[in-house]
Design a protein around this ligand. Structure first.
Ligand code: SAM
Length: 233
């Protein structure tokens, strides 16, 4: 389904977007089936239901509207991207959040992933190192009523210590290695989902869990391609 600038009545546009979201969710399921060598369980229906509701078209630049519901990443300016819907679904699924939990996102970008997290967690803190992206994302999230999301411009590789520890941490840019501050800010029982690898190397999505004794366990999920995590952490 291809979108140009909205035409027809607002209700007609909203219906078209809703249908496009359902198609996007079907494509996510299909990609998950193809990736089943890596991803052993089907993606959570709870996550897919949220993604069939969140208006992704509100998070993409006007010039990219046509592809808002393609199962592809898209440019959002400043050399950055909104991640592929399948990857958003997979990373969200790996966090296994519930409404009592607090999550930190590093790499707000467009704000879309934060909106998805907002419906599954109690509180979402999201950091973005490119200040204009942080400002734009905060505005859209506010307009759409995602009241449990707080966005801050800054270096998320250092975490957001004021609100730590977190039940979940999601990093949406690839780190050369896992930033120690993020490990330090993860609760026992918590989950960290992070792509790791250099810009020109194969990157792998990792799930790090911290057990009740504070010991970290690492699981490699699948090869991925992300923009680099910058900053000092
Ligand atoms: N989650 C985003 C979304 O839903 O649109 C996609 C994020 S994009 C793939 C990665 C983002 O990470 C970029 O916006 C980039 O500026 C940001 N980033 C890179 N290094 C960062 C850091 N140290 N702290 C915070 N954000 C960072």
């Amino acid at each position: 389904m291809v979108f140009s600038k909205p035409h027809g009545t607002q209700t007609e546009s909203e219906d078209r977007y809703a249908r496009a979201r359902l198609k996007m969710v079907e494509e996510i399921r299909e990609t998950a089936r193809e990736a089943s060598d890596y991803v052993s369980t089907p993606l959570s229906e709870k996550v897919l239901a949220v993604m069939s509701r969140v208006p992704r078209h509100r998070f993409v630049p006007e010039g990219e509207l046509y592809g808002a519901y393609y199962n592809n990443p898209l440019p959002i300016g400043h050399g950055q991207t909104i991640s592929q819907p399948y990857i958003v679904a997979l990373m969200t699924d790996l966090l296994a959040l519930d409404k009592q939990q607090t999550v930190l996102e590093v790499g707000t970008g467009s704000g879309y992933q934060a909106a998805v997290l907002s419906e599954l967690a109690g509180k979402v803190y999201s950091m973005e190192i490119v200040a204009p992206l942080a400002t734009a994302a905060a505005k859209v999230l506010d307009e759409l009523g995602y009241a449990n999301v707080e966005v801050k411009a800054g270096d998320g590789s250092l975490g957001w210590p004021e609100h730590a520890p977190y039940d979940g941490i999601i990093v949406t840019a690839a780190a050369e290695q896992i930033p120690q501050p993020l490990l330090d800010q993860l609760k026992p029982g918590g989950r960290l989902v992070i792509p790791v690898g250099g810009r020109f190397d194969v990157q792998y999505l990792l799930l790090i869990t911290r057990d009740s004794d504070g010991v970290f366990h690492r699981k490699t999920i699948e090869p991925v391609r992300f923009v680099p995590l910058t900053g000092e952490g």
